[in-house]
Design a protein around this ligand. Structure first.
Ligand SMILES: C[S@@+](CC[C@H](N)C(=O)[O-])C[C@H]1O[C@@H](n2cnc3c(N)ncnc32)[C@H](O)[C@@H]1O
Length: 285
């Protein structure tokens, strides 16, 4: 069953009794698409895909999710592809505003959660400034969904009472200098680091200088929950060498901490090949 019938009472959609909000023309909805697996969309997100006139998406939104858009919806790519420069943020927000003012139902679809390292805040503020009504639909961020699919619990009572989400890449293109890496190293026993592949050596140096052990377990979760999902386990001390040896590339989450060891028991429960049948089924309809 596709989302086209999920909310349709006449066609007996299982979620029809839920009174999910209609998507009024002239609104922009900032929606999290989750990390990849379409099964991780929220009902609000699926409902928005069913109703939107235009879907403006970034590069991290998986094809399998885009296939759930209403037939006839305009799909607009607003990300970075093949090393070409990305659409500028002002251009994207201008487009969202223009489409809404033209009376479209505009779905701004972002990978993961729109307010986790996703510039959702900037876009929402631009909409407020332009007087465009909006709604925010949170999504499962890669640092939660990716860990779960890798068999790495974000917290476990015996390993950590704190977790930190941090980015390894600032707007300047460098390691963020507004993160106190020493304090971070000492305060959160599990670190979930986004956009860390490029500057990994500098990040590892900062964490070791902050007192973390080179033997601490680390995992790269690459293209999490997509058909290309791959997990590489390592240690803080070996991370850079293992990144290079295993050809780890973005998008990847780096997770550091004792919870990574739980993958030895819990990993492998999810098999990315299940997405093949999903894609074949939906493409056939
Ligand atoms: C601009 S941030 C967007 C984060 C997104 N808003 C979220 O909540 O997941 C991009 C970074 O998120 C991480 N990321 C997003 N999707 C991912 C995925 N499916 N697998 C692994 N990492 C992912 C990577 O670190 C990537 O470089």
């Amino acid at each position: 069953m596709t989302t086209q019938s999920l909310f349709d009472r006449k066609r007996g959609g299982p979620f029809a009794p839920l009174s999910l909000p209609p998507f009024p023309p002239g609104e922009v909805w900032l929606v999290g698409a989750g990390p990849g697996d379409p099964g991780l969309l929220t009902l609000h997100a699926a409902h928005a895909l069913e109703q939107a006139d235009v879907v403006v998406h970034d590069a991290l939104v998986d094809e399998a999710v885009l296939r759930l858009a209403r037939p006839g919806a305009e799909i607009v790519f607003a990300g970075k592809r093949g090393g070409k420069p990305s659409a500028s943020q002002p251009d994207i927000t201008r487009r969202l505003i223009d489409l809404a003012k033209a009376g479209k139902r505009v779905l701004r679809l972002k990978g993961g959660d729109p307010f986790i390292f996703g510039r959702g805040a900037e876009e929402a503020r631009a909409l407020v400034a332009a007087g465009v009504p909006f709604r925010v639909v949170p999504g499962i961020t890669a640092g939660i969904g990716g860990l779960a699919y890798a068999g790495i619990p974000a917290t476990a009572r015996e390993t950590n009472a704190a977790i930190a989400f941090v980015t390894g890449h600032a707007a300047s293109g460098e390691v963020p200098d507004n993160v106190d890496w020493t304090a971070l190293a000492r305060s959160a026993s599990v670190l979930v680091i986004y956009m860390a592949v490029k500057h990994l050596a500098a990040i590892v140096d900062r964490l070791l200088a902050g007192g973390r052990s080179p033997d601490e377990p680390l995992a790269f979760i690459c293209a999490a929950t997509t058909a290309r999902h791959r997990v590489v386990t390592s240690t803080l001390g070996r991370a850079v060498a293992d990144r290079d040896a295993h050809g780890v590339e973005a998008p990847a989450i780096v997770v550091v901490g004792e919870v990574v060891r739980l993958r030895e028991q819990l990993g492998g429960w999810w098999d990315p090949s299940v997405l093949d049948s999903f894609q074949t089924d939906s493409a056939a309809e």
